[in-house]
Structure formats: structure tokens, C-alpha cells
Design a protein around this ligand. Structure first.
Ligand code: ADP
Ligand code: MG
Length: 342
């Protein structure tokens, strides 16, 4: 009798590992395959990175509170973020959509306005895609291609004991923006006459609906001649993505709660909901900041950049992954990021 294994028993990452466990590559041009933010391909000495993401209505976005223009922008940006996480420069995207006749041409034009706005902002070309009908809601798939100087790409697996752990921008805001939208949606569905007042929460909403890829950080690192020892973009929450770096690099880490950057607007809103802002930074997702490690000797080059926070350091693998709280307690870091199948 053939047995049936539930997807949920493996989880998203377990499932990917399982399905690709026997994956082999046969081309010399395949420099880096599955397992990082993007693959790296080498054509005649020029290296490019390739990454793809799927966005599905009802899973990744809710049409009730996601303006189409923002959705178009975000669909491109989340892929450019993966390109940046490889220390590469985005160059092209392809965009495929599954749509139903619920959408008008005007609505799709609005979506494309956002797509083109992102392409313009990040200087990337839209070079193709595919269009199909979908009776399961709006489906969006973007593939992004970026360029990197030979062997300057940065993987998740290069962190070494003593390296400093850095993160760009701030964390937790997008998750709090999501909680706000979910709360307002619930209120609206119960009493449609009540008009939501979202103006005061502009910042966290913007972080949810219109994220940015940290190309500016990649440019800064290049200007300062820093090649991070490892890097990932924070899409699943700091805990989950820090653990990816540690597991891949066979190292442990110590993070300091007080060093984790959280925007004041996010902190205020977390308190309003009786949530711990640090928990939102650790377990929320979709901030699309860059999490990377650098050699200690590079510290002086980044210390003046207000967009980069040093939040901890890398340890031996035996020491595990920990966070030191403000009160001085030590806790194990656990993966509480999004698990798509739970
Ligand atoms: P990210 O969060 O940076 O987009 P993911 O966690 O989605 O990365 O994916 C991790 C790695 O697994 C990537 O190298 C990705 O290309 C690969 N991957 C994800 N899904 C599949 C799949 N169905 N088949 C093959 N490779 C996959
Ligand atoms: Mg990524």
C-alpha cells in the first residue's frame, strides 16, 4: 500500500529540501543552484543571478486592502530584494499573471503602473512573461535577473566565528501593518459604515504595502569595498532568516535585543496591541531588509551608516543561536517565521 505524507509534516523548507534532494546540475555555467536567495549562472565569465517568487491572492495578499498599484510594485520589489541579497544588481524581470474576468483592463493597467514604477525606480527592464486565466484568484509570478562581478556574489553559508551580524533599516513594521489591516478589515466586515482611520499609521502601512529592495545598501557596501561574508533578505522574520545563515554556515550567533532596530511608529502600535515589538521583529515577515555578516575589521566602514545596525556576532556552532534580552536573559532563537503550510 502506498503511504501518504502530509505536506504540513515537512513544512515549506522541509518540502523544498525533500523535492530537490536528488537535484543534480550538469552545466559548468551553473555556479550556484537551489538553496540560496538566487541561483548564480556564469556565461563567458559574466555572472548573473536568477530568482523567482510566486504571489497568490488570499495567501500572499488580500485584494480587500491591497491597492493594485502597490501590488504591482511589491511583486517586482520582493524579487529585486532576493537579487540584492546575493550582492548583485537587478537588471531584468519577467512577469506572469493569472487573472479572471473579475478584473477590468483598467484594473490591470493600474497593476502595471506599479510594476513600471518599480522597474523605473530600480532601473530594471521588463523583458517578458506569460498571461493566463485563473479561476482561483489573482496569481502573480515574477522572475528577476541580476548581474554581479565574477565571484563577488554573497551566499548564506559564509559566516565565520567572530563576524558581526548586521541588518539594514528596521524590522517588524510590515507585520504590524498587516495586523492593522486585518483588524480594520474585520471591523469593516462587521460594520461597513465605520470608516477606518489609517492616516496615523502611515509608516507601518507603507512598509506592508510598498516595501523597497535595499539596493542602496548593496551600493554602499560596494563603495566601501565590503563583501559581506554571508547575506539573506529578511522575508520570513529575523529569527527564521538568521537561522538560515547559521545553519548554512555551520555557526551559532548571539543577538542583542536592544540592538534590533524597530521604528518608533511600529513600537507604538505594538504597545497598542499589547505585543512585544521585539517579537514582531523576530517573527514578523516581509520587511525585505538585508541581514548580513561582515568581518570585524570592516566595522569602522559601516559604523557611521545610520541605515545599518550591528545586532550581534557569530559564534561557534556548539554555542547555538541566542538572543540576550534587555534585562540580560539569554533565550534560544527559534524559527517562528511564516510557514506557508501551517
Ligand atoms: P526566498 O525566501 O529567498 O525567496 P525560498 O525559501 O523561497 O527563498 O527558497 C529557498 C531555495 O529553494 C531557493 O534556492 C529557491 O530557488 C528554491 N526553491 C523553492 N521552491 C522550489 C521548488 N519548488 N523547486 C525547486 N527549487 C525551489
Ligand atoms: Mg530571500
Amino acid at each position: 500500500m502506498s503511504s501518504r505524507t502530509e505536506i504540513a509534516s515537512l513544512g515549506e523548507f522541509g518540502l523544498i529540501d525533500h523535492l530537490t534532494r536528488n537535484n543534480e546540475t550538469h552545466h559548468a555555467s551553473t555556479v550556484l543552484s537551489i538553496g540560496d536567495d538566487a541561483a548564480v549562472l556564469d556565461h563567458f565569465g559574466k555572472q548573473i543571478v536568477v530568482t523567482t517568487d510566486l504571489l497568490i491572492e488570499g495567501v500572499h495578499f488580500d485584494m480587500m486592502y491591497t491597492p493594485l498599484r502597490h501590488l504591482g510594485y511589491k511583486s517586482v520589489v520582493v524579487n529585486l530584494s532576493d537579487v540584492c541579497a546575493m550582492n548583485a544588481t537587478p537588471a531584468q524581470v519577467t512577469l506572469s499573471v493569472g487573472i479572471s474576468n473579475r478584473f477590468s483592463v483598467e484594473a490591470l493597467e493600474e497593476f502595471y503602473e506599479g510594476v513600471y514604477a518599480a522597474c523605473e525606480k530600480y532601473n530594471v527592464d521588463l523583458v517578458g512573461g506569460d498571461t493566463s486565466t485563473s479561476d482561483k484568484g489573482f496569481i502573480i509570478s515574477v522572475t528577476a535577473i541580476g548581474e554581479v562581478a565574477p565571484d563577488r556574489f554573497v551566499k548564506r553559508d559564509g559566516a565565520k566565528k567572530g563576524d558581526l551580524v548586521c541588518v539594514s533599516g528596521n524590522l517588524g513594521s510590515a507585520y504590524l501593518g498587516l495586523l492593522l489591516m486585518e483588524r480594520e478589515k474585520k471591523i469593516f466586515l462587521e460594520s461597513p459604515a465605520v470608516q477606518p482611520d489609517l492616516e496615523s499609521q502611515k509608516y507601518i502601512l507603507q512598509r506592508l504595502l510598498k516595501p523597497e529592495a535595499r539596493k542602496d545598501i548593496i551600493d554602499f557596501l560596494e563603495e566601501k569595498e565590503i563583501i559581506p561574508t554571508s547575506m539573506i533578505d529578511v522575508s520570513d522574520g529575523l529569527s527564521s532568516d538568521m537561522l538560515h545563515i547559521c545553519r548554512r554556515s555551520c555557526v551559532g550567533c548571539v543577538l542583542y535585543e536592544e540592538k534590533i532596530p524597530v521604528a518608533e511608529e511600529a513600537r507604538q502600535f505594538a504597545f497598542k496591541l499589547s505585543l512585544d515589538p521585539t517579537a514582531c521583529a523576530l517573527s514578523g515577515g516581509e520587511d525585505y531588509e538585508l541581514l548580513f555578516t561582515i568581518k570585524q575589521e570592516d566595522y569602522d566602514k559601516i559604523v557611521l551608516n545610520e541605515q545599518i545596525s550591528v545586532i550581534g556576532y557569530i559564534t561557534d556552532v556548539d554555542e547555538g543561536e541566542h538572543i540576550i534580552t534587555r534585562s540580560g536573559n539569554k533565550h534560544a532563537i527559534t524559527a517562528q517565521g511564516w510557514n506557508a503550510f501551517k
